[in-house]
Design a protein around this ligand. Structure first.
Ligand code: 0O2
Ligand code: 0O2
Length: 191
């Protein structure tokens, strides 16, 4: 249950950022926010894969509570990272920039691991949570790759792996082209 509360509060707080931009009639760097508590079978699978004992679970599994922030453009990802860095209600433990340095699979996203203090009826307790920040295009690729991977149980042949990685590069090229169009429009507005 505590992880459900963590996800609920984080989703609310991140959606509030988006709403503040809306209220000021400014373009939000956040398009939408989703979140989930890792399903038990997925926790068990990761405990085996990463050799995590039940006693170490709370300390060693960083993504039992996970929220995802979808951004329109790549540069928005770093704006959201800055907004999170400035907050006093969550403590950053680790940052992993898979946006600039894609994973070998082709996966791109910015991961921030935080400690989030939850006020429970028997006192305050900190829980680990992972915030994944990505563009809509990165989300498109990751969602499809994840579902294909799931159905194939992770056993891709190397040519399929290569094709997926190449699709990841195309998606990133699209992101960069969209940013370039956006910059041209912003320049026109300034003139
Ligand atoms: P709005 O104003 O519609 O953007 P909950 O916590 O119950 O609100 P839950 O269970 O996390 O939501 O639902 P889910 O399916 O994770 O979706 C959360 C939010 O993301 C919802 O909007 C969805 O409308 C939005 N969403 C999901 N997929 C997409 C997508 O592809 N594009 C866009 N633009 N939005 C998407 P909100 O934030 O509740 O309100
Ligand atoms: P879920 O809930 O199914 O998404 P590890 O979990 O060991 O691979 P690590 O170092 O613990 O990796 O954490 P990392 O790499 O920061 O983040 C892992 C999570 O990032 C994954 O969670 C995915 O959500 C996402 N991710 C990482 N690599 C890929 C990839 O190649 N494709 C896709 N689609 N997503 C990826 P889980 O555990 O898969 O959980």
């Amino acid at each position: 249950m505590p992880y459900e509360y963590v996800v609920k509060e984080l989703k609310e707080k991140l959606r509030n950022i988006r709403d503040q931009y809306k209220d000021k009639s400014e373009t939000s760097p956040i398009e939408f926010v989703t979140g989930r508590v890792k399903p038990v079978d997925s926790i068990q699978e990761k405990m085996v894969r990463r050799n995590i004992s039940e006693e170490r679970l709370e300390n060693d599994m960083e993504d039992i509570a996970g929220v995802r922030v979808m951004c329109p453009f790549v540069e928005n990802i770093y704006e959201v990272v800055e907004l999170i860095r400035k907050r006093s209600d969550m403590r950053i433990i680790e940052e992993r920039d898979y946006v600039t340095n894609a994973k070998p699979s082709g996966y791109r996203s910015y991961h921030i691991v935080i400690k989030y203090p939850l006020e429970l009826i028997n006192g305050k307790k900190e829980f680990l949570a992972e915030i994944q920040i990505r563009t809509l295009a990165m989300n498109f690729w990751a969602t499809l790759e994840h579902s294909l991977n799931y159905k194939k149980n992770g056993n891709f042949t190397s040519d399929i792996e290569l094709e997926l990685e190449q699709m990841g590069q195309k998606v990133y090229a699209l992101d960069q082209e969209m940013s370039s169009i956006r910059n041209k429009i912003l320049n026109c507005k300034e003139k």
